[in-house]
Design a protein around this ligand. Structure first.
Ligand code: ZN
Length: 198
């Protein structure tokens, strides 16, 4: 019993530590606070998170997860409609968007090509991307600097070539093997600023 509880605590702490703005130390502080105030803080927070999870829907335009359809990024009139940033997962979208690093809108592919995991082109929403290029001047490919990320970026760039839209890719700043989700805002901002044509 003690071991299992210990594992649950450890798991919660690790998950909290992965939240934006939290490191291992602050995650421990947050967890302790939640445990100390179970009735007043932890229970209502869990209920709110469950409600969010139940209300969450995939945006039919960009595949982002939100509680509104289309998502609030797609309907935000302050965003530049000529810029489209392609990411693998919702986590990457949120990482790029949490500091408003990208002024345009997004398209979530739903994964990365991977022979190992059996993910082929048909499993990625490239068709949805190709269908929403009207009025778009530049597509920014923001993939992880991993083999899968770069293979996927290459594949998407090839599919975009015939459309004539300008395609660029994150450049310096994303370390080899780096996952966008784990980069700090400064590194992400630099990678976007220094994007290069494909
Ligand atoms: Zn959307």
């Amino acid at each position: 019993m003690a071991t299992r509880d210990g594992d649950a605590l450890e798991r919660a702490e690790k998950l909290l530590a992965r939240l934006p703005g939290l490191g291992p130390r602050s995650a421990r502080r947050v967890l302790l606070h939640l445990l100390k105030h179970r009735e007043r803080v932890l229970a209502p927070l869990l209920a709110a998170l469950r409600d969010v999870e139940a209300a969450l829907v995939a945006c039919p335009q960009c595949n982002n997860l939100d509680i509104e359809v289309p998502c609030r990024i797609c309907t935000d009139p302050r965003r530049d409609p000529t810029l489209l940033c392609v990411v693998a997962d919702v986590a990457d979208l949120w990482a790029l968007d949490r500091a408003r690093l990208f002024p345009g809108r997004y398209h979530v592919l739903g994964g990365l090509l991977s022979a190992l995991d059996g993910v082929g082109p048909d499993q990625l929403d490239v068709a949805g991307l190709l269908a929403r290029l009207e009025g778009v001047a530049e597509v920014v490919l923001a993939m992880n600097a991993t083999l899968e990320g770069q293979t996927t970026a290459f594949h998407v760039a090839e599919r975009l070539r015939a459309t004539g839209v300008r395609v660029s890719q994150l450049a310096h700043g994303v370390p080899v093997g780096g996952e966008l989700d784990h980069l700090d805002d400064g590194t992400l901002a630099q990678a976007l600023r220094l994007r290069r044509p494909v």
